[in-house]
Design a protein around this ligand. Structure first.
Ligand SMILES: [Zn+2]
Ligand SMILES: [Zn+2]
Length: 419
């Protein structure tokens, strides 16, 4: 059916406003508004005088009420920083029924859904409401800072505030601090006598030292530290630190003084944790740091069950370079999949400190468990230093000297679109 014949049928079906008439032909006449499109088609179809929206059987003048909804939305975010927004609506049951009826009785390949017209109208009304308050923001369909859902039946407005993200690297300068808080082993976090009611296995974590400064700067309600892997609780994290992304939920402020945040973290951490390289992050970066298996450089203080010679140590370390087959260590089998990994040791060197003690440096692929590379883990890691030396060996102290990821001016930095 041609558009003018269809328009004539619509006009005959009942009083319809220009906007609702034009919306049935939204795919025609690019650059026109639905009102302009409707006016043109009404004239072409000899549809008589325009109909006021209040008398329109399709919309019943819903448009006028949108300014008030938009102002309420603006009030909801009066004390929040945002640059982008998006509106969605729940139609009333009557509006749903009318849409269905129109599609069935007056099918049009050019029609735009009422919902989309309403979303756009709300967005425009919202921009005006913001302008009244001296603010501005733009619509963003992909990832808005704030998203409103307006229920046109009840008038209720639901607000969802998108989290905000910050990238950084942490150095952990003391042993005994996990990266994120660990639930108490006895009570699994409920609180018991052995954890003093805290529900925590360790009183502190890197996350707990880092997050509060972000929360107070952003006014967020909570958050997480997503690390690019994690070192053992008893290992220090030195060098340029380990990459992380902090996610802050429901922030009130998004652009914050990151130097001041770092300063606040350092003040509270009292030398236990240091933060480097803070900058704005993104949700993509969370996945990126979590998936990254960067090469790592370790320093281990190794103790031997019997004296060894310097030559024997040098030979064993040389033999350690290459591919390692490592079954998931016994100590983590309860929480990690039990499988055999293949990881490379790129380089290994070391020197005896005493006949039964050495300091060893190992450069290896991410995901290799260094303690088991030294001890052998009952044969579950092959080759291993203990077997190569023919004496029991264990790591007494471990430091991560470097996480050799691409983010030091590399791929991560290039793809970090500040938000
Ligand atoms: Zn209408
Ligand atoms: Zn407990």
């Amino acid at each position: 059916m041609d558009p003018i014949t269809l328009a004539a049928e619509l006009v005959r079906a009942g009083p319809i406003c220009d906007r609702c008439l034009g919306r049935r032909f939204a795919g025609l006449g690019p650059g026109l508004s639905n009102v302009e499109r409707g006016r043109t088609l009404r004239a072409a179809a000899q549809g008589g005088a325009p109909v006021a929206p209040e008398r329109c059987w399709v919309c019943r003048g819903v448009w006028d009420s949108l300014a008030a909804r938009a102002r309420e939305a603006a009030d909801l975010v009066a004390d929040r920083e945002f640059r982008t927004f998006l509106f969605g609506v729940h139609l009333t049951p009557r509006q749903e029924a009318v849409e269905e009826f129109l599609d069935e009785r007056f099918p049009s390949p050019w029609a735009e859904p009422l919902r989309r017209d309403l979303n756009r109208a709300l967005g425009q009304a919202f921009e005006r409401a913001l302008a009244e308050r001296g603010r501005e923001a733009t619509v963003d369909f992909a990832r808005p800072d704030v998203q409103f859902t307006v229920d046109l039946e009840t008038g209720r407005i639901e607000l969802v505030v998108a989290p905000t993200f910050f990238y950084g690297r942490y150095r952990k300068l003391v042993r005994g601090i996990p990266q994120t808080h660990w639930p108490c082993r006895s009570c699994r976090g409920r609180g018991c006598a052995s954890c003093g009611g805290t529900g925590k296995q360790y009183p502190l974590s890197v996350e707990e030292l880092v997050l509060p400064a972000f929360l107070s700067a952003t006014g967020g309600t909570g958050g997480h530290l997503h690390g690019a892997g994690r070192e053992d609780i008893d290992a220090r994290m030195l060098g340029r630190g380990r990459p992380f992304v902090v996610e802050v939920k429901e922030p009130r402020r998004r652009r914050i003084d990151l130097a001041a945040v770092a300063e606040e973290i350092h003040r509270a951490a009292e030398g236990r944790v240091e933060i480097l390289d803070l900058r704005p992050g993104s949700p993509e970066l969370v996945a990126q740091v979590k998936e990254e298996h960067a090469d790592k450089r370790y320093r281990a203080r190794v103790e031997f069950g019997e004296p060894v010679s310097g030559e024997a140590l040098a030979r064993a370390l040389e033999a350690l370079v290459g591919e390692i087959e490592q079954r998931t260590p016994e100590r983590v089998r309860h929480r990690r999949a039990d499988l055999v990994r293949r990881r490379r040791v790129h380089a290994a060197k070391g020197a005896l400190v005493s006949p039964t003690e050495a300091e060893v440096e190992i450069l290896c692929q991410g995901g290799l468990y260094v303690k088991e590379l030294v001890s052998g883990d009952g044969g579950a890691t092959q080759p291993n230093l203990a077997a190569l030396l023919g004496v029991p060996a264990k790591v007494a102290e471990l430091d991560v000297l470097d996480v050799l990821d691409g983010s030091w001016g590399g791929p991560i930095a290039a793809s970090t679109a500040p938000r």
